[in-house]
Design a protein around this ligand. Structure first.
Ligand code: ZN
Length: 173
């Protein structure tokens, strides 16, 4: 974030937060569906749980924004680097054979990026209310990161060969 890209108003912060959490919720939901389609229940269940957690974030932000008019921000005007919001799982890395361990890993990276985004606002904001809300949002992401890390500790990496499929699906175009 450059100095001219600071988020300095509460509506602007909430518009960003809502976009981040909505995208994260949708992405986790899509992943859960994909994994269900491939009968990968362990990854599907985990993604479903994360989608619910993000949905709870969205509701909280919507409640917080009640009575405010959030600015409409064009996709290219969001204050994050890259085309995607920081808290979304990178679909380029998704395999339908992924184990719970891989699902957790992808989510950890996404949640850590969300945490980094809100932490940066805490470091750069001047407005005390922006600072306080960004602090709360960062704290929630910190809880998500901690939860995923705890789950990861109980889901060790699979043996080599986890992605060998004796009967791979036909990928059409
Ligand atoms: Zn989160």
């Amino acid at each position: 974030m450059g100095p001219s890209e600071k988020i300095d108003t509460v509506p602007e912060l909430l518009a960003h937060a809502l976009a981040i959490e909505e995208e994260a919720r949708e992405r986790y939901g899509e992943l859960a569906e994909q994994m269900e389609m491939h009968h990968n229940a362990e990854a599907a269940d985990f993604f479903r749980m994360m989608a619910k957690a993000e949905a709870a974030h969205c509701e909280m932000i919507v409640r917080r924004a009640e009575g405010m008019t959030l600015p409409h921000i064009a996709p290219w005007e969001y204050r994050w680097q890259g085309a995607e919001p920081p808290e979304s799982v990178d679909v380029g890395e998704v395999s339908y054979l992924m184990t719970r361990h891989h699902a957790l890993w992808l989510a950890l990276r996404a949640e850590e990026q969300g945490l980094a985004f809100f932490s940066r606002i805490v470091e750069t904001a001047d407005d005390p209310e922006v600072l306080a809300i960004a602090g709360e949002l960062a704290e929630e992401e910190r809880e998500h990161v901690a939860l995923v890390k705890k789950l990861l500790a109980g889901s060790p990496a699979p043996e080599a060969g986890w992605d060998d499929d004796p009967d791979p699906p036909v990928l059409g175009d």
